[in-house]
Ligand binder design. Structure first.
Ligand SMILES: NC(=O)c1ccc[n+]([C@@H]2O[C@H](COP(=O)([O-])OP(=O)(O)OC[C@H]3O[C@@H](n4cnc5c(N)ncnc54)[C@H](OP(=O)(O)O)[C@@H]3O)[C@@H](O)[C@H]2O)c1
Length: 256
């Protein structure tokens, strides 16, 4: 069992958070967790309707922004406008599932054009602006960045690059004395979201088992609510000495 990190979520009351990918899955749970801790959350996704539903649920503490998070102008515009204390880069493309020989360069590279581009543009702008001292940038990488993901094309490599970008930014923040923390979170695969359900189904089929059997073979499934709670822990100041955390149903585990 991983030791829970100590949280000081009080610091979030009245602060502003931007969460990309807030319309469903992990991002939605993260937006709700940050909102429940008193932050004003700006939620970004391309499709406006699910964001409007979340706005109806959370009320005035939530601002919906329909935009492409991989577009550099979205990053610069929203960071200038909202100057967030907490930035969570959670949006990600659902990879096309299939073995290498069935991928095209277009399908193989989609997580580079979305997830890596997003991490690059937002992180670069957070350093150049820079964000205020004591702000934190949390990027969603994946357990696949460590284990690989042979049925997801370029997904695992892209998520490893997201983790590298985050650690490079942490180094630059420290060198320049900016006081901005950069942390990556690597969740284990879970069928609890649209993206994860598609991947779990592909791996279960490859192994010739049903999805439940595949999922429970690696322990209890991670829930979206647990991801929200764990990201809240990090946003609340419980960052310890680690720049990256694996996230399973047992909680956050620091990586070297
Ligand atoms: N689920 C898992 O098992 C798992 C495991 C490890 C890591 N992760 C990572 O966790 C993150 C969240 O995944 P999830 O499972 O919650 O996925 P999800 O349920 O498919 O949700 C993805 C979210 O990202 C948004 N999005 C996608 N492309 C976007 C773009 N170009 N601009 C703005 N928003 C965009 C989607 O909204 P629109 O489509 O409307 O834009 C949606 O809100 C991803 O980075 C994923 O790689 C997931």
């Amino acid at each position: 069992m991983n030791k829970p990190l100590q949280t000081h979520a009080d610091g979030l009351v009245g602060s502003t958070a931007i969460v990309t990918g807030a319309s469903r899955g992990f991002g939605r749970a993260i937006a709700k967790a940050l909102s429940s801790a008193g932050a004003h959350v700006v939620g970004v996704a391309r499709g406006p309707s699910p964001l409007d539903e979340l706005r109806d649920e959370l009320g005035d503490t939530f601002t919906a922004v329909a935009a492409d998070a991989a577009d550099p102008s979205t990053a610069s515009r929203l960071l200038d406008e909202y100057r967030p204390r907490t930035l969570v880069l959670c949006a990600g493309a659902a990879p096309q599932m299939g073995p290498l020989q069935d991928q095209t360069w277009e399908s193989f590279s989609q997580n580079w054009n979305m997830d890596v581009a997003q991490a690059f543009h937002w992180t670069r702008y957070a350093l150049r602006r820079p964000l205020a001292p004591e702000s934190v940038v949390i990027a969603l990488s994946s357990g696949a960045a460590v284990k690989g993901s042979p049925l997801s094309g370029g997904y695992a490599g892209a998520k490893a690059t997201v983790k590298f970008i985050t650690s490079y930014a942490a180094m630059e923040s420290q060198r320049a004395g900016l006081g901005i923390d950069f942390v990556s979170v690597l969740p284990q695969l879970t069928p609890a979201t649209d993206l994860g359900a598609k991947a779990a189904a592909a791996y279960a089929e490859r192994q010739g088992v049903d999805v439940d059997t595949f999922v429970t073979s690696s322990g209890p499934a991670l829930s979206a609510e647990q991801v929200g709670k764990s990201v809240l822990e990090i946003a609340g100041g419980a960052r310890g000495e680690h720049l990256a955390y694996l996230l399973t149903a047992s909680g956050l585990g620091g990586l070297a």
